[in-house]
Ligand binder design. Structure first.
Ligand code: LLP
Length: 428
């Protein structure tokens, strides 16, 4: 939950805005995203990383939450953008984002996405496999360009997070395993290509990590890999991107330690590792996504029903669920929540919040203690800023919610609610 949440007249106030009024004005389900909280995080990236480590760079992983407005906010705070598809790249361009500050990711980029990246002149392509490398070289030569790349490496670190968001371990669809034969075929090939300029390497060990041990392990592995590559090819790594994955608070059980807990210790490890192996210090980049927007967002729902199954449980039905927040169903994610119009009331009942999909797995929050509830109450679910709007679907033909941005008591519609007409607009 954003730090600026507070109580006002028994209503839940978020970033200076009465959430009950927001629900009335814009309807529910509604994503409410605090620009104040996002800017605070972006500034922290600047102060505790970019300014502390001159020459470093940070890109926002826009898969966490991408709107045209979000791209503009990121740009205004001086960060770059990580995109992972033609669609995200298109939106970045449409928002006016400087494309030389865009990093293009993905384990299965299509030839047309690669062409788009080269044509638009993105700052870096993070290459995942040899087929992509060959295609990128070909397209770059066709445009008379030399595309700057990083190789995504798989450091073989098993991070402590849900299996589906763990990406750095050796059996992973992402990146290049650091096996010598593989290393030779990739690095050797890239260095011989005229359309490719190899700058260095990238890793991303996983998401929603609250401890820095896998990041530190990955740094160690990446540095010794850099030393091997230098020895084998005389190639001095100019850039090393440490990815994202910095965890946020969903429930009391999560105790995030802050960005510097990750970045300071990784920077110390990079400096020490390079010194001891006689390597020049590369330019370091990071790619936080969830850490920037996760706690800046909440979702408002209207309660439709309260159904008690005696001695079993009480189901509270709401007007959204899995299509606007698939994380509980996909990853067993847990959220905290409040009744926005009864914020001053004490919890008195244990309930289960049920989404409206025809899917018994569509349970948004199992067993949460809340005040007495009735139809018409407004439920506010916390920490939904990341991987909610961007992962939303139209399952059961539910229109996707609107996004309202808040800024210290001011609100504005940023993305309008989908209509039933939108739902059939593509059908011929
Ligand atoms: N860089 C790369 C290459 C990534 O693959 C990701 C996330 C990030 C940066 C940003 O990670 P973050 O800082 O947000 O943890 N849908 C899942 C999360 C998938 C993350 C995918 N990659 C979820 O809702 O938990």
């Amino acid at each position: 939950m954003a730090s600026e949440a507070s109580v006002g007249q028994g209503h839940f106030i978020f970033d200076g805005c009465d959430t009950v009024e927001l629900a009335k004005e814009y309807g529910t389900p509604l994503y409410v995203v605090s620009e104040t909280a996002i800017r605070e995080r972006l500034r922290e990236v600047r102060l505790s990383f970019l300014e502390k480590y001159p020459g470093s760079y940070a890109v926002y992983a826009s898969k966490a939450f991408q709107t045209l407005e979000m791209c503009r906010i990121v740009q205004s705070e001086g960060l770059g953008l990580d995109v992972v598809s033609g669609g995200e790249l298109f939106a970045a361009q449409r928002s006016g984002f400087p494309l030389d500050r865009v990093i293009f990711h993905g384990n299965s980029k299509t030839p047309s996405e690669l062409r788009m990246a080269v044509e638009l002149g993105v700052g870096r392509v993070v290459v995942d496999n040899l087929d992509e490398l060959a295609e990128l070289d070909r397209v770059s030569l066709e445009f008379g360009r030399r595309t700057k790349i990083l190789f995504r490496i798989t450091p073989g670190v098993d991070s402590h997070t849900h299996e589906f968001v763990s990406t750095g371990r050796i059996d992973s669809k992402f990146g290049i395993p650091l096996d010598r034969r593989v290393r030779d075929s990739y690095v050797g090939a890239a260095l011989s290509m005229r359309g490719i300029e190899l700058l260095g390497f990238h890793f991303h060990v996983g998401s929603q990590l609250l401890e820095n041990e896998s990041h530190l392990k990955a740094v160690e592995i990446a540095i010794s890999f850099m030393a091997e590559v230098k020895k084998a090819y005389g190639f001095e790594t100019a850039e090393l991107n440490l990815g994202g994955g910095f965890g946020v608070r969903y429930t009391d059980a999560d105790k995030p330690k802050g960005l510097a807990y990750f970045t300071d210790e990784m920077m110390a490890a990079v400096t020490e590792g390079c010194r001891s192996l006689g390597l020049a210090l590369p330019r370091i980049g990071i790619e936080p996504g969830r850490w920037i927007v996760g706690e800046a967002g909440i979702t408002l729902y209207t309660v439709g029903s309260v159904k008690e199954i005696p001695y079993v449980r009480t189901y509270v039905g709401i007007d959204g669920g899995l299509p606007d927040n698939p994380r509980p169903a996909l990853y067993g994610a847990r959220h905290e929540a409040c009744i926005a119009n009864k914020y001053a009331c004490e919890p008195s009942r244990r309930v289960t919040i049920a989404g409206k999909c025809c899917e018994s797995g569509d349970i948004l929050i199992r067993d949460i203690d809340l005040p007495e509830m009735e139809a018409g109450d407004i439920l506010a679910v916390f920490t939904t800023g990341a991987y909610n709007h961007s992962m939303a679907s139209n399952y059961n033909r539910l229109p996707r919610p609107a996004v309202v941005m808040t800024s210290k008591g001011k609100t504005r519609l940023s993305v309008r609610r989908e209509t039933f007409e939108d739902l059939v607009a593509r059908e011929l």
